[in-house]
Design a protein around this ligand. Structure first.
Ligand SMILES: [Zn+2]
Length: 206
């Protein structure tokens, strides 16, 4: 079942004239930073247009932080982005299953892992905070990024946030059976980025 979905995805037509998912995200973030949004305030027509289906061009995995809404910071409309949000943008099987759905069933050809400045989850893991509840599982999942920046002195939080993005990215890139195979076929991009809460700018890490 899964394999037939994977092989069918590589036959999706690619139109040279159309902007890539990455270009759409970069352009949208520029509009957001300069407050030149193309998104309308009257959503009724957009809503009606998407009743019967969706074909998002990108999957965004980001933090639950209330200041990081992907549709707003990339200036996209209903139906454009398939979004998974978990504190610290970490992944478990549910998140990976959702990403696989966005890619194989809905046809998105780009997955973006988006971390952000002042991330409380990464900060908590960096400070070694301990919880006797499920928050601890989130911090534990961020631990590899904390280990990766050990010994550095300047901008440790920013480095840890970026290391966490890269760690999650590599987890997705090796995820079998779907994501790793699509990457190998060249029909999927998995990218990492860092959102600055102050400037509104998204820095692509790859
Ligand atoms: Zn966060």
């Amino acid at each position: 079942m899964t394999l037939s979905l994977v092989s069918s995805i590589s036959f999706f037509p690619i139109f040279a004239a159309e902007k890539s998912a990455l270009d759409k995200l970069v352009d949208g973030n520029q509009r957001y930073v300069h407050s030149t949004t193309i998104c309308q305030e009257d959503w009724s027509a957009e809503r009606q247009a998407h009743i019967h289906g969706q074909a998002p061009f990108a999957v965004i995995l980001t933090c639950s932080d209330s200041r990081v809404p992907p549709e707003i910071i990339f200036d996209q409309e209903l139906g454009d982005l398939f979004v998974i949000r978990v504190a610290g943008n970490v992944v478990d099987d549910f998140a990976i299953g959702s990403i696989e759905y966005g890619v194989t069933i809905l046809g998105a050809d780009t997955v973006l892992v988006l971390g952000h400045s002042n991330c409380g989850a990464v900060d908590g893991a960096l400070k070694g905070l301990k919880f006797d509840n499920h928050i601890q599982e989130v911090l534990d999942a961020i631990q590899p990024a904390i280990e990766a920046v050990q010994g550095t002195s300047e901008n440790v939080l920013e480095k840890a946030i970026k290391a966490n993005v890269r760690h999650v990215e590599s987890k997705l890139k090796s995820s079998k059976p779907v994501l790793a195979e699509l990457l190998e076929q060249g029909s999927l991009s998995i990218l990492g980025a860092y959102y600055d809460l102050s400037s509104g700018k998204v820095e692509f890490l790859d």
